[in-house]
Ligand binder design. Structure first.
Ligand code: GUN
Length: 293
Protein backbone atom coordinates (compact mmCIF):
# COMPACT_ATOMS: atom_id res chain seq x y z
CA UNK A 1 0.00 0.00 0.00
CA UNK A 2 1.28 3.47 -0.88
CA UNK A 3 2.00 5.70 2.08
CA UNK A 4 0.07 8.53 0.38
CA UNK A 5 -3.48 8.96 1.74
CA UNK A 6 -5.65 9.80 -1.26
CA UNK A 7 -8.23 12.17 0.20
CA UNK A 8 -9.45 13.17 -3.24
CA UNK A 9 -10.45 9.57 -4.06
CA UNK A 10 -11.91 9.00 -0.57
CA UNK A 11 -14.02 12.19 -0.86
CA UNK A 12 -15.27 11.13 -4.32
CA UNK A 13 -16.40 7.76 -2.88
CA UNK A 14 -18.09 9.51 0.05
CA UNK A 15 -19.98 11.81 -2.36
CA UNK A 16 -21.11 8.78 -4.38
CA UNK A 17 -22.40 7.11 -1.21
CA UNK A 18 -24.23 10.33 -0.27
CA UNK A 19 -25.79 10.57 -3.74
CA UNK A 20 -27.13 7.02 -3.31
CA UNK A 21 -28.52 7.89 0.13
CA UNK A 22 -30.10 11.09 -1.21
CA UNK A 23 -31.74 9.18 -4.08
CA UNK A 24 -33.14 6.72 -1.52
CA UNK A 25 -34.48 9.52 0.71
CA UNK A 26 -36.17 11.22 -2.24
CA UNK A 27 -37.72 7.97 -3.48
CA UNK A 28 -38.75 6.40 -0.18
CA UNK A 29 -39.40 9.43 2.05
CA UNK A 30 -40.07 12.30 -0.35
CA UNK A 31 -37.20 14.06 1.43
CA UNK A 32 -34.68 16.19 -0.50
CA UNK A 33 -31.85 17.38 1.77
CA UNK A 34 -31.22 21.10 1.22
CA UNK A 35 -28.15 23.22 1.95
CA UNK A 36 -28.23 27.04 2.07
CA UNK A 37 -24.94 28.89 1.67
CA UNK A 38 -24.70 32.59 2.46
CA UNK A 39 -21.89 34.72 1.04
CA UNK A 40 -21.40 38.30 2.18
CA UNK A 41 -19.11 40.40 -0.01
CA UNK A 42 -16.88 39.52 -2.93
CA UNK A 43 -13.83 37.79 -1.42
CA UNK A 44 -12.38 35.83 -4.40
CA UNK A 45 -11.39 32.72 -2.40
CA UNK A 46 -14.83 32.62 -0.74
CA UNK A 47 -16.53 32.89 -4.12
CA UNK A 48 -14.61 29.84 -5.35
CA UNK A 49 -15.52 27.84 -2.20
CA UNK A 50 -19.18 28.81 -2.46
CA UNK A 51 -19.35 27.89 -6.14
CA UNK A 52 -17.78 24.47 -5.42
CA UNK A 53 -20.16 23.84 -2.53
CA UNK A 54 -23.18 24.64 -4.72
CA UNK A 55 -21.97 22.42 -7.56
CA UNK A 56 -21.18 19.42 -5.33
CA UNK A 57 -24.49 19.82 -3.49
CA UNK A 58 -26.42 19.64 -6.77
CA UNK A 59 -24.27 16.75 -8.03
CA UNK A 60 -25.30 14.74 -4.96
CA UNK A 61 -28.97 15.32 -5.91
CA UNK A 62 -29.57 17.75 -3.05
CA UNK A 63 -31.17 21.21 -3.16
CA UNK A 64 -28.71 24.08 -3.15
CA UNK A 65 -29.80 27.55 -2.07
CA UNK A 66 -27.36 30.41 -2.50
CA UNK A 67 -27.71 33.87 -0.97
CA UNK A 68 -25.40 36.79 -1.70
CA UNK A 69 -25.32 40.01 0.28
CA UNK A 70 -23.16 43.06 -0.53
CA UNK A 71 -20.07 43.66 1.62
CA UNK A 72 -21.87 46.70 3.03
CA UNK A 73 -24.67 44.47 4.44
CA UNK A 74 -25.65 45.18 8.00
CA UNK A 75 -25.70 42.61 10.74
CA UNK A 76 -29.49 42.92 11.11
CA UNK A 77 -29.93 42.03 7.43
CA UNK A 78 -27.82 38.87 7.80
CA UNK A 79 -29.60 37.92 11.02
CA UNK A 80 -32.98 38.33 9.30
CA UNK A 81 -31.82 36.00 6.49
CA UNK A 82 -30.56 33.40 8.99
CA UNK A 83 -33.90 33.58 10.80
CA UNK A 84 -35.78 33.01 7.54
CA UNK A 85 -33.56 29.99 6.71
CA UNK A 86 -33.98 28.59 10.25
CA UNK A 87 -37.75 28.49 9.60
CA UNK A 88 -37.55 27.16 6.01
CA UNK A 89 -38.50 23.45 5.95
CA UNK A 90 -36.65 22.88 2.65
CA UNK A 91 -33.37 23.92 4.32
CA UNK A 92 -31.60 21.33 6.52
CA UNK A 93 -28.16 22.94 6.58
CA UNK A 94 -27.08 26.60 6.79
CA UNK A 95 -23.54 27.73 6.14
CA UNK A 96 -22.50 31.37 6.42
CA UNK A 97 -19.19 31.62 4.59
CA UNK A 98 -16.37 33.06 6.72
CA UNK A 99 -14.66 35.49 6.96
CA UNK A 100 -17.40 38.10 7.29
CA UNK A 101 -16.89 41.87 6.79
CA UNK A 102 -15.66 43.80 9.83
CA UNK A 103 -19.03 45.45 10.63
CA UNK A 104 -20.57 42.03 11.27
CA UNK A 105 -20.13 40.07 14.50
CA UNK A 106 -19.41 36.58 13.13
CA UNK A 107 -19.94 34.86 16.49
CA UNK A 108 -23.40 36.39 16.89
CA UNK A 109 -24.36 35.27 13.38
CA UNK A 110 -23.10 31.69 13.87
CA UNK A 111 -24.94 31.41 17.16
CA UNK A 112 -28.15 32.66 15.53
CA UNK A 113 -28.20 29.58 13.26
CA UNK A 114 -30.52 26.87 14.57
CA UNK A 115 -28.14 24.32 16.18
CA UNK A 116 -29.74 21.46 14.23
CA UNK A 117 -29.05 23.27 10.92
CA UNK A 118 -25.50 24.37 11.84
CA UNK A 119 -23.76 22.02 9.40
CA UNK A 120 -20.39 23.75 10.06
CA UNK A 121 -20.64 22.59 13.68
CA UNK A 122 -19.53 26.04 14.89
CA UNK A 123 -22.58 26.88 17.07
CA UNK A 124 -21.79 26.88 20.80
CA UNK A 125 -24.34 24.10 21.30
CA UNK A 126 -22.51 21.82 18.87
CA UNK A 127 -19.10 22.82 20.27
CA UNK A 128 -20.38 21.89 23.73
CA UNK A 129 -21.88 18.61 22.54
CA UNK A 130 -18.59 17.62 20.91
CA UNK A 131 -16.69 18.45 24.07
CA UNK A 132 -18.88 16.18 26.23
CA UNK A 133 -19.10 13.44 23.58
CA UNK A 134 -22.85 13.90 22.99
CA UNK A 135 -24.52 13.54 19.60
CA UNK A 136 -24.34 16.77 17.61
CA UNK A 137 -22.80 18.16 14.44
CA UNK A 138 -19.05 17.76 13.99
CA UNK A 139 -17.07 20.44 12.06
CA UNK A 140 -16.29 19.32 8.50
CA UNK A 141 -12.49 19.45 8.29
CA UNK A 142 -11.99 17.66 11.64
CA UNK A 143 -14.58 15.03 10.64
CA UNK A 144 -12.84 14.52 7.29
CA UNK A 145 -9.48 14.14 9.03
CA UNK A 146 -10.91 11.53 11.39
CA UNK A 147 -12.48 9.57 8.53
CA UNK A 148 -9.10 9.39 6.76
CA UNK A 149 -7.36 8.26 9.97
CA UNK A 150 -9.90 5.54 10.74
CA UNK A 151 -9.83 4.32 7.15
CA UNK A 152 -6.05 3.96 7.31
CA UNK A 153 -5.51 2.82 10.91
CA UNK A 154 -8.79 1.24 12.04
CA UNK A 155 -8.90 1.40 15.85
CA UNK A 156 -7.10 4.51 17.14
CA UNK A 157 -7.35 3.52 20.81
CA UNK A 158 -4.19 4.14 22.85
CA UNK A 159 -2.30 5.92 20.07
CA UNK A 160 -0.52 9.14 20.93
CA UNK A 161 -1.91 11.97 18.81
CA UNK A 162 -0.22 15.36 18.61
CA UNK A 163 -2.35 18.16 17.18
CA UNK A 164 -0.31 21.21 16.18
CA UNK A 165 -2.63 24.24 16.25
CA UNK A 166 -5.45 25.20 18.62
CA UNK A 167 -7.98 26.95 16.40
CA UNK A 168 -11.69 26.63 17.14
CA UNK A 169 -12.30 25.44 13.57
CA UNK A 170 -9.68 22.66 13.37
CA UNK A 171 -7.21 22.13 16.24
CA UNK A 172 -9.60 22.00 19.19
CA UNK A 173 -12.34 19.91 17.51
CA UNK A 174 -9.77 17.47 16.04
CA UNK A 175 -8.31 17.02 19.52
CA UNK A 176 -11.80 16.40 20.97
CA UNK A 177 -12.56 13.78 18.29
CA UNK A 178 -9.25 11.97 18.84
CA UNK A 179 -9.84 11.96 22.59
CA UNK A 180 -13.26 10.41 21.92
CA UNK A 181 -11.42 7.71 19.93
CA UNK A 182 -9.34 6.97 23.05
CA UNK A 183 -6.14 8.53 21.78
CA UNK A 184 -3.74 10.20 24.21
CA UNK A 185 -3.88 13.75 22.90
CA UNK A 186 -1.35 16.56 23.06
CA UNK A 187 -2.31 19.97 21.69
CA UNK A 188 0.77 21.95 20.68
CA UNK A 189 0.72 25.62 19.64
CA UNK A 190 2.83 28.70 19.07
CA UNK A 191 4.01 28.83 22.70
CA UNK A 192 4.90 25.11 22.96
CA UNK A 193 8.52 24.50 23.94
CA UNK A 194 10.54 21.94 21.97
CA UNK A 195 7.82 21.53 19.36
CA UNK A 196 9.95 19.15 17.27
CA UNK A 197 10.37 16.82 20.30
CA UNK A 198 6.60 16.88 20.95
CA UNK A 199 5.93 16.00 17.32
CA UNK A 200 8.43 13.10 17.47
CA UNK A 201 6.25 11.44 20.13
CA UNK A 202 3.25 11.29 17.80
CA UNK A 203 1.81 8.10 16.33
CA UNK A 204 -0.72 10.47 14.72
CA UNK A 205 0.43 13.97 13.83
CA UNK A 206 -2.19 16.52 12.77
CA UNK A 207 -0.78 19.78 11.42
CA UNK A 208 -3.17 22.76 11.45
CA UNK A 209 -1.07 25.86 11.99
CA UNK A 210 -1.17 27.70 8.67
CA UNK A 211 2.62 27.90 8.34
CA UNK A 212 3.93 26.60 5.01
CA UNK A 213 6.13 23.49 5.28
CA UNK A 214 6.92 24.14 8.95
CA UNK A 215 6.95 20.51 10.08
CA UNK A 216 10.08 18.73 8.87
CA UNK A 217 10.71 15.06 8.15
CA UNK A 218 13.04 14.71 11.16
CA UNK A 219 10.18 15.86 13.47
CA UNK A 220 8.23 12.73 12.56
CA UNK A 221 8.41 9.33 14.24
CA UNK A 222 9.17 6.66 11.62
CA UNK A 223 5.90 5.00 10.61
CA UNK A 224 3.65 7.74 12.04
CA UNK A 225 0.44 8.81 10.26
CA UNK A 226 0.52 12.47 9.26
CA UNK A 227 -2.61 14.51 8.50
CA UNK A 228 -1.72 17.86 6.95
CA UNK A 229 -4.64 20.28 7.21
CA UNK A 230 -2.64 23.30 6.00
CA UNK A 231 -3.39 24.97 2.67
CA UNK A 232 -0.81 27.66 1.99
CA UNK A 233 -0.06 29.41 -1.28
CA UNK A 234 3.64 30.10 -1.82
CA UNK A 235 5.76 31.56 -4.61
CA UNK A 236 7.00 29.03 -7.17
CA UNK A 237 9.25 29.10 -10.23
CA UNK A 238 8.45 31.39 -13.13
CA UNK A 239 6.49 33.90 -11.05
CA UNK A 240 3.77 31.32 -10.36
CA UNK A 241 2.36 30.15 -7.06
CA UNK A 242 1.64 26.67 -5.70
CA UNK A 243 -0.20 25.12 -2.76
CA UNK A 244 1.72 23.49 0.08
CA UNK A 245 0.71 22.17 3.48
CA UNK A 246 2.05 22.84 6.96
CA UNK A 247 4.27 19.77 6.56
CA UNK A 248 7.36 19.60 4.37
CA UNK A 249 6.00 16.79 2.21
CA UNK A 250 9.29 15.88 0.48
CA UNK A 251 11.14 15.07 3.72
CA UNK A 252 8.09 13.88 5.72
CA UNK A 253 6.89 11.36 3.14
CA UNK A 254 10.22 9.46 3.45
CA UNK A 255 9.61 8.89 7.17
CA UNK A 256 5.83 8.73 7.66
CA UNK A 257 3.92 5.46 7.51
CA UNK A 258 1.12 7.39 5.82
CA UNK A 259 0.66 11.05 4.91
CA UNK A 260 -1.94 13.27 3.26
CA UNK A 261 -0.66 15.34 0.31
CA UNK A 262 -1.56 19.00 -0.34
CA UNK A 263 -3.53 19.39 -2.50
CA UNK A 264 -5.56 16.17 -2.67
CA UNK A 265 -5.51 15.17 1.00
CA UNK A 266 -7.78 16.68 3.65
CA UNK A 267 -9.00 19.55 1.42
CA UNK A 268 -11.51 17.58 -0.68
CA UNK A 269 -12.90 15.96 2.48
CA UNK A 270 -14.25 19.26 3.82
CA UNK A 271 -17.05 19.75 1.28
CA UNK A 272 -17.83 16.01 1.22
CA UNK A 273 -18.31 16.16 5.01
CA UNK A 274 -20.47 19.28 4.66
CA UNK A 275 -22.79 17.28 2.40
CA UNK A 276 -22.62 14.37 4.86
CA UNK A 277 -23.64 16.68 7.73
CA UNK A 278 -26.52 18.09 5.68
CA UNK A 279 -27.90 14.64 4.77
CA UNK A 280 -27.52 13.52 8.40
CA UNK A 281 -29.41 16.58 9.67
CA UNK A 282 -32.14 16.24 7.03
CA UNK A 283 -32.75 12.72 8.40
CA UNK A 284 -32.64 13.85 12.03
CA UNK A 285 -34.99 16.80 11.41
CA UNK A 286 -37.41 14.62 9.43
CA UNK A 287 -37.16 11.80 11.98
CA UNK A 288 -36.17 9.16 9.42
CA UNK A 289 -33.18 6.81 9.59
CA UNK A 290 -30.07 7.58 7.54
CA UNK A 291 -30.19 5.04 4.67
CA UNK A 292 -27.48 2.36 4.80
CA UNK A 293 -24.44 3.26 2.67
N1 GUN B 1 -14.31 29.68 5.25
C1 GUN B 1 -13.25 28.85 5.08
N2 GUN B 1 -13.55 27.61 5.57
C2 GUN B 1 -14.81 27.68 6.04
C3 GUN B 1 -15.67 26.72 6.64
O1 GUN B 1 -15.32 25.54 6.86
N3 GUN B 1 -16.91 27.16 6.99
C4 GUN B 1 -17.30 28.45 6.78
N4 GUN B 1 -18.52 28.78 7.16
N5 GUN B 1 -16.52 29.35 6.22
C5 GUN B 1 -15.29 28.97 5.85
Amino acid sequence: MSNIIDGKAFAARLRETLATQVAHLKREQGLTPGLAVVLVGEDPASQVYVRNKGRQTREAGMSSFEYRLPDTAEQSELLALVDKLNRDDAVHGILVQLPLPAQIDAEAVINAIAPNKDVDGFHLTNVGRLSIGAEGIVPCTPLGSLMLLKDRLGDLSGLHAVVVGRSNIVGKPVAALLLQQNCTVTIAHSCTRNLADECRRADILVAAVGRPQMIQGDWIKPGATVIDVGINRIAADGGKTRLVGDVDFASASDVAGAITPVPGGVGPMTIACLLHNTVQQACRIAGVPLPAA
